[in-house]
Ligand binder design. Structure first.
Ligand SMILES: Cc1cc2nc3c(=O)[nH]c(=O)nc-3n(C[C@H](O)[C@H](O)[C@H](O)COP(=O)(O)OP(=O)(O)OC[C@H]3O[C@@H](n4cnc5c(N)ncnc54)[C@H](O)[C@@H]3O)c2cc1C
Length: 372
């Protein structure tokens, strides 16, 4: 694409900071850079017409990890590390609320997040109940109160144990509203966002970086990579893509289910939104097939989601599926994100795992703070 003098001059010259990716991390990075350097010219480049990764596709749980997830983490990490992970999620959500306010993203707490246990998961259920006090004591420094409580099956899910294990602090947001508000906030602060521009490669020079996109090339003083599940296309860090599939029902009359729910060790999750049920998960049915950066849905996973919906969540309620979609997450063998300097003028904030809404604001801020 041949750019004219005005286009170069106004959009692409004298760029101080360029951020690749306009997900929650890239946008927060841009926002905090602008706060630190109010006069800086900051550009965000986004490959999609909308942010096209996970931040606009997710389930919108403002969550900290369910009981079985914390227990599973305790098998791989020390108590101190698990406590730090949960603390980060807690701080991340507080920062997101502080940045945008609760109303613009429709932040709601409907009595918390509930982990429900399938009848054939007796061992897991008992293990979680037995460890309740241990985990509550461990996480007291984060929440100041018990993080997990026993709660009866008040929504009458079928084929599950009589109690949920509930985290009363877990809430939900409207993902679309959150991202729209974040984009507006960043643009209002004076940052330029260009959509439908994919970065193909970059070349590091002594005092600047040359960025090559599908359409044009330009120079920037510093480059920040916030492309999460797509990170390995640009940088050498080990981030594996992980696709997550979702469906949503049409509105259901008199829907009484409200809250966020985790099922089968967190491999499935569902919530209410606008009198509908949004349900996602099932990656464990085909880990290998879902390790992809291609969007799409498969019969294997979509059929299982529908089965769970019809037999466990809404066994006696007629409903129809309205939409199905997928998003791409960035995973690794550790739960900690990678926030670091890669070269003199290149930085990255990637590998958000399944909790990027919880930690994304904080990671974006940490990425910007690498310049401090
Ligand atoms: C279905 C689903 C449900 C989820 N549910 C939850 C949840 O309930 N709670 C929670 O905390 N987390 C959840 N997550 C995870 C969370 O959404 C992610 O961890 C988070 O959004 C990651 O944010 P990010 O900014 O790092 O990455 P992304 O949002 O993926 O942003 C990266 C951006 O980079 C762009 N990009 C990539 N390569 C290039 C390139 N070369 N040039 C230009 N642009 C590029 C992409 O288009 C994308 O917009 C879920 C994820 C999915 C998919």
């Amino acid at each position: 694409m041949n750019l004219c003098y005005w286009e170069y001059k106004s959009w692409l010259s004298n760029i101080d900071f360029t951020i690749v990716g306009s997900g929650i991390v890239g946008l927060n990075c841009a926002f905090h850079l602008k706060k630190q350097f109010p006069k800086a010219k900051i550009l965000v480049l986004e490959r999609g017409v909308f942010p096209q990764g996970a931040s606009t596709k997710n389930a919108g749980f403002a969550c900290f990890g369910s009981m079985s997830e914390v227990l599973s983490d305790l098998k791989q990490h020390s108590e101190e590390e698990v406590c730090q992970l949960v603390q980060k999620r807690w701080e991340g959500i507080q920062l997101l609320r502080e940045t945008l306010g609760d109303h613009p993203m429709d932040y709601q707490n409907y009595g918390g997040g509930h982990e429900i246990f399938l009848k054939d998961q007796l061992h897991l259920y008992e293990d979680c109940l037995e460890n309740l006090n241990r985990v509550n004591t461990l996480l007291n420094s984060v929440f100041g109160k018990d993080a997990f409580l026993v709660h009866p099956n008040s929504f009458k899910f079928k084929g599950v144990h009589e109690n949920y294990i509930t985290n009363p602090f877990e809430s939900q947001i409207n993902t679309g509203k959150m991202m729209k508000a974040l984009v507006a906030k960043v643009q209002n602060s004076g940052v330029i966002i260009l959509n439908a521009i994919g970065v193909d490669s970059y070349q590091e020079n002594i005092d600047h970086v040359v960025v090559k996109t599908g359409q044009f090339e330009f120079k920037t003083n510093k480059l920040f990579i916030a492309t999460n599940g797509f990170a390995s296309q640009l940088i050498g860090e080990t981030v594996k893509p992980a696709r997550a599939q979702v469906l949503i029902t049409k509105p259901i009359e008199n829907l009484s289910i409200k809250g966020t729910f985790h099922l089968d060790e967190g491999y499935y999750y569902f919530r209410n939104i606008d009198n509908r049920i949004l349900l996602g998960g099932g990656r464990n049915l085909d880990f290998q097939g879902e390790e992809t950066t291609s969007f799409g849905e498969t019969n294997l996973i979509q059929n299982r989601l529908e089965e769970i919906l019809r037999t466990i969540i809404l066994p006696n309620t007629p409903m129809e599926i309205d939409l199905r979609w997928s998003g791409i997450m960035g995973m690794g063998n550790q739960k900690k994100p990678i926030v670091k300097q890669l070269a003199n003028n290149v930085y990255c904030g990637v590998r958000m795992g399944g909790m990027g809404i919880a930690i994304g604001s904080l990671v974006g801020k940490e990425l910007a703070n690498l310049l401090k």
